[in-house]
Ligand binder design. Sequence first.
Ligand SMILES: NC(=O)c1ccc[n+]([C@@H]2O[C@H](COP(=O)([O-])OP(=O)(O)OC[C@H]3O[C@@H](n4cnc5c(N)ncnc54)[C@H](O)[C@@H]3O)[C@@H](O)[C@H]2O)c1
Ligand SMILES: [Zn+2]
Length: 358
Amino acid sequence: MARLIVDTPGGTYPVHIGRGVLKELRRTMARLEPTGAVVIADASVRPIAHAVAKHLKAARVKNAIYVVPGGERSKSLAGLAALLAFLERQRIDRGGCIVAVGGGTVGDLAGMAASTWLRGIRYVEVPTTLLAMVDSSIGGKTGVNGVRMKNAIGTFWQPSAVISDLACLDTLPRNRYREAFAEVVKYAVAMDHGLFDVLLRESARLTAGDQDALEDVIESCATAKALVVARDERDRGPRAILNYGHTAGHALEAATGFRVSHGRAVAFGMRVAARIAAGLDLCSKRVVESQDELLASLGLPERAPHADPDRVIAAIAFDKKARRGKVAWVMPRRIGHAEIGHTVPGALVRRVVTRSLA
Ligand SMILES: NC(=O)c1ccc[n+]([C@@H]2O[C@H](COP(=O)([O-])OP(=O)(O)OC[C@H]3O[C@@H](n4cnc5c(N)ncnc54)[C@H](O)[C@@H]3O)[C@@H](O)[C@H]2O)c1
Ligand SMILES: [Zn+2]
C-alpha cells in the first residue's frame, strides 16, 4: 500500500493506492466529518458504490447513491443540472461531501458539482479505471463537455482525498485497461526515466494485471502528476507537460469523430511528437525507437488508424492549447525529459502526420 500527498494552493490531500484501500474511506470520513454525503457512481460499478455506502454508514455518515449512466454523454450541463437537483433534494449543506465512484467521466462531473454546489463542498475520488487512477482523479480539474467542445466548461477544485483501490479494476474491460497505458507511457517519456525502465522490464506482468507491478506504476504516475500539479495548479505553464502526445492525439480524435479511443489517439500523438522532435534534432532517433518498442510491448502496437491526414492536420491548428494560432508542442529531448512550448514548421507536421497515417 502506498500513500502520497498532493500539495496545492487549492488544497492538500492524500492519495491512497493499493488493493483493499477502500476501507481508508472510514478514516477519511472521520477526518472530514461530513454532515451528509452523496455517492455519485458510474452505472457499471454499482457494487463498488454499495461497498462505499457501507463504509460511510460504518463511519456514521448518512448517504444516498446517485447513479450516472456510463459514458461521455453524462458529462454535460444537463447531467450536471440533474445531479445538482439531486443534491438539493438530499438537502446537502455546506458541510456535506460527495464521493465520486467511477472513471474520469464521473470524476469530472462529480467534481464540477462539488465545486458549484453552495459555492463549493468537499469531494472524495474513488477512481475505478486505470486512467482515472493515474491521471484524472488527481489535480482538481473538473468539468463537463460543451455542445461540441470536450471539457469546455469547468473549474479547478481539489478533492479532499483520492482512494485508488486496485480491486476496483477487476471488472474493467481489458481494452480500457490496456489503453490507459498510453497515459502511463506519457509520464515515463515526458518526466520519469526510471518509470520508463520499469515499464520495459515489467511489461508482461503489467499487461497480465500483476497487482504488485501495477501498484508501483500507479504510484509513480500519481507522484509525477502530483509534482506537476503542485507546481502549476491552474495550468498556466509547466502543467502543459501533461499534454505530451495530446496535440496530435486530440486532433486524431476530433478528425475521426472520436471513433479512435483516447488511449490509441495519445499513443499515435506520442509517436508523431517524438518523430517531429527527432526531425528538429531535439532528440535522437533512439528516443523514437525506444518509445515505439515500449508502446508495442504494452499492447499499443503501431497500426496506423484510419483517418484523413488533411483533417488531422487541420484539427491540430484548432488545438485548445493554441495561443494566437501558434500550437505549442511538447517535445521529448530524451527519455524522461520533455519540454513545453515548441513551435513546429507546418511542413514537418504535415510530413510526419501523413507518414504516420500511411
Ligand atoms: N480531470 C482531469 O484531469 C482529466 C484527465 C484525463 C481525462 N479526463 C477525463 O476523463 C474521462 C475519461 O475517463 P475514463 O477513461 O476513466 O473513462 P470513463 O469514466 O468514461 O469510463 C470508461 C467506461 O468504463 C466503464 N467503467 C468504469 N469503471 C469500470 C469498472 N471498474 N468496471 C467496468 N466498467 C467500468 C464506464 O461505465 C465507461 O463506460 C474523459 O471525460 C476525460 O475528459 C479528465
Ligand atoms: Zn489523456
